[in-house]
Design a binder for this molecule. Sequence first.
Ligand SMILES: [Zn+2]
Length: 334
Amino acid sequence: MNAVELTREFVKIPSLTPEEEAFAQHLEKLFEQAGWKASRHEIADNRWNLYVVPDDKIEPEVVFCAHLDTVAPFLEYDEDEEYIYGRGSCDDKGVMASMIEAAIRLVAEGHTRIGLLFTVGEEVDSIGAKVANDRAPGSVKYTLIGEPTENTLIAGQKGIYIAEVTTSGKPAHSAYPALGESAVNKLLDILERVRQAELPVDPGLGETTLNISKLTGGDRYNVIPDEAGAGLMFRVATSTADVEHIVRKAVGDQGTIEVINRSEPQTMVRIPGYDQGIVAFGSDIPYLTKWGERLMLGPGSIHDAHTDHEKISKRAIRDAVRLYVDIAKYLFSQ
Ligand SMILES: [Zn+2]
C-alpha cells in the first residue's frame, strides 16, 4: 500500500466528529483484505476505534496511533504536483496513510510486533483515546502518535487548562449606577488581574500562554448588566495546578469558576540523532497513559490543519514513511 495513494483515497471520505463510521469501515475492510486482524473498541452506536495487528497471535511492542475524525466543514479533495488538498489531508489522514505503509514495510522486513490504533473524537474530547486506554495490550512498550509536526520528533507537549469565569451583579438603570452592581466591571477586573499575572515558564516547554474568549455580559446600553462571563484557555508549560492557582487568586470572591477541561503537559521519548521540538496543540497523548512511552511525529503542518486551505505535501508523506520505519526499528532495538 502506497501512502500517497492512501492519502488521496482517505481524504475523499468525510469523517467529521462524531461521524467517523464510514471511514472506519473503509479502513477495516482495507486491513481485512490485506490479511491483517482488525478489531473494534465500541464507544457508542456507530462509533468505534479501530485496532489492528498483523495477525491474531501478535503482541505488539510498538504501536502507531492516529485519529479518524476531522474538524468541520468537509473540504473536497484536490491535488497538484506538490500537494494533496482537502479536509483531513494533514490532520490526520496523510499521517495515517504514512503509518500504514510504514507498518506494512516493517512486517515485510520481519518486524512483526507492530500495531495500529485509530481513534475517534480526538478533535473534541478524545473519547476514543480515553476508551482505548482501558483496552491497552500489556505488551506495548511505545506508542507513536501521528500529528502534523512537519516530520519533527516532539520532545514535549503543553497541557491545557480551560475554565469559564462567571460574575453576577445587580441590574439598574444605567443613569443611576449607584443603585446597581455591574457584573461586567467585575469581570473586567478579574480579567485584568489574570492578564497581569506572571504565567509559569518551563525550561523545556517554554511559556504558558493564555487566550481569553467567549465574552458575554449585558445586552442593552442603558441597563447595568447583572451577569457576565469569559472563557480562559491556557496552554500549560508547567502544571495545571499552577494555572488554577492564578485563576483562583484573580477571581477571589468576585465570581465563580467552572473548569471545562484540563490535561497535564507531557514529555516524550528522546531518540539520539533527532532534533526534537515542542508542540503547544492538544492530542490524544495525555489519555493514552497505559500505551507505553509515547512519541509524536507526523508529516504536514499544524498551521494548515483546521484551515480552509488544509493540505499536505506528497514529499512529506514519503519522508514520514521512512521516518516511521527508522524510529520503529530503533524502538524495537531498545
Ligand atoms: Zn490531529
